[in-house]
Ligand binder design. Structure first.
Ligand code: XMP
Length: 504
């Protein structure tokens, strides 16, 4: 494996992603990880990530003592390179101006760039530069503004790049990272089949002949986890799907039809009445979320009490969740916790989290191998509170019913016109706005529906999707013709920020 020590760069996760894409297993640890912790991973190579600090700051983060002495190749990226250079006796200074954006390497060579040809565009973001080379090192790349853009010491197998090879703006960065893997001698056999085998074995080892409980949301992560667990422990898995009445048209049936035939022991719970009762008269978005979270736990506990004893609770936690919950302090509370369906901590279970080391697209690959139908496998994310945060204001059965029909027309339309996969998320909102319209010869006074579709990498920022006008026109016609409670359709053309993806 490769261990990536995180010095706080926003791109650290991408380094792991690139290695995975190249078929190599890697793991991110905080820069403060102990030498022992790092050695547990049997690293064949180490990457020191970028980060916001300067190596000459008093509190500059450092890896544990002994890390730089490990007899494995080490690659420093940006801050990581400056740290390597400084520790080896070189010098780092604040450059005259901050270099930010794309730069052409005016020359490159050496082991890291082996086999790479043609122009090399590198993404830069730094204010410090290596100004004096440590002994044993040579400069292997430069740009106009940065004479020391990449360095290496082939004897000690220490390498450094000032730019970010992990971002897409460095198109040949993948080749450079592949070269580093070769230097480390890391096996490149990390693929979906391999992962499934390992996960199944891991689950069997952990669970023994215990019984496992899983809450299913209908999304790709928990559905895939259900399939994996069913493969590993058969009917010692019980998957519970709570229908809170805030689902989309036909969703519960789809989940049942996808999982039961593949051997998942699935229990669906009809808790619609409880949720609707608890939501009556409530229009504040955050309060709606709290109520739904609370009712979810109640329904889950009520149901599992009936099902007997379980030793383990399985959760579809992904790698990015693990990393984010490790850091990310002090972020403003824009919306309350996104993982509704989150269960209380005092439940008396041991946790099974087989996906803790995986990225979303890896889960999708596993889902394909395990036979999850594409309409669930490639589905857009759907929030835990469901349609309750898309019926603005108070949630009623009647409004949910209107929204379900609008949403179904829009989502089916996106699929029909081949636009679904090009959007990261699409949704319909029922606004409380009523406005005047005309239908036949009649004046109408009905609701406005809003459609929203976005493209995004990480859902932290998003752009509104430039859907074709003709498509939007077709959707608008279908909606007002088929859903009589709607006489006006608008399309949301706001990015995030300043708007959020959901309207509540
Ligand atoms: P926002 O609206 O914050 O949404 O831009 C970002 C992503 O998170 C989803 N979302 C939620 N997911 N519980 C969830 O499980 C929530 O309360 C919640 N609120 C927003 C949203 O659908 C989008 O994918």
């Amino acid at each position: 494996s490769v261990v990536i020590l995180d010095f706080g760069s926003q791109f650290t996760r991408l380094i792991a992603r690139r290695f995975r894409e190249l078929g190599a297993y890697s793991v991110i640890l905080p820069s403060s990880a102990s030498l022992e912790r790092i050695q547990q991973e049997n690293p064949q190579g180490i990457v020191l990530s970028g980060g916001p600090s300067s190596v000459y700051d008093e509190n500059a983060p450092k890896p544990a003592a002994g890390v730089l002495d490990l007899n494995v190749p080490i690659l420093g990226v940006c801050y990581g390179m400056q740290y390597l250079a400084q520790q080896a006796g070189g010098d780092v200074k604040r450059a005259g101006k901050r270099e930010y954006g794309k730069a052409d390497l005016t020359r490159y060579g050496g082991q890291l760039f082996a086999g790479i040809q043609g122009e090399f565009v590198a993404w830069m973001s730094h204010s410090d530069s290596v100004t004096q080379l440590p002994q044993g090192y040579e400069v292997v790349a430069e740009t106009e503004d940065t004479p020391v853009t990449a360095i290496e010491n082939p004897q000690t197998r220490r390498y450094g790049v000032q730019f970010h090879p992990e971002v897409v703006h460095t198109p040949k960065g993948g080749q450079l990272l592949a070269n580093f893997l070769d230097i480390c001698g890391v096996r490149r056999d990390w693929n979906a089949e391999h992962i499934v085998e390992e996960l199944v074995e891991g689950v069997r080892g952990q669970v023994g002949d215990g019984k496992v409980l899983l809450a299913i949301s209908g999304g790709v992560d928990s559905s895939t986890l259900a399939l994996l667990l069913a493969k590993a422990v058969g009917d010692r898995l019980t998957a519970v799907f709570i229908d809170h009445g805030l689902l989309r048209l036909g969703e519960r049936e789809q989940v049942e039809a996808a999982l039961r035939p593949l051997g998942v022991n699935l229990v669906t719970v009809d808790a619609r009445a409880e949720f609707m009762g608890a939501l009556a008269g409530v229009s504040d978005p955050e309060q709606k979320r709290k109520i739904i979270g609370r009712e979810f736990i109640r329904a889950f506990e009520r149901e599992t009490a009936k099902l007997g004893h379980f030793d383990f609770l399985a959760q579809g936690t992904l790698y990015p969740d693990v990393i984010e919950s490790a850091g990310g302090e002090g972020a403003a509370n824009i919306k309350s916790h996104h993982n509704v369906g989150g269960l209380p901590e005092d439940l008396n279970f041991k946790l099974v989290e087989p996906f803790r080391t995986l990225f979303k697209d890896e889960v999708r690959e596993i889902a394909r191998l395990l036979g999850l139908p594409d309409h669930i496998r490639m589905r857009h994310p759907f929030p835990g509170p469901g349609l309750a945060i898309r019926v603005l204001g108070e949630v009623t059965e009647a409004k949910l019913d209107i929204l379900r029909r609008v949403d179904d027309i829009f989502i089916s339309g996106l699929r029909e016109f081949g636009l679904y996969d090009g959007c990261s998320q699409a949704l319909a909102v029922l606004t409380p706005i009523q406005s005047v319209g005309v239908m036949g010869d009649e004046r109408t006074y009905s609701y406005t529906a809003a459609l929203r579709a976005v493209t995004t990498e990480d859902f932290m920022t998003a752009e509104w999707a430039r859907l074709p006008y003709d498509f939007l026109a077709t959707m608008s016609n279908r909606i007002v013709n088929q859903v009589h409670e709607i006489n006006r359709v608008v399309y949301d053309i706001t990015g995030k920020p300043p708007a959020t993806i959901e309207w509540e």
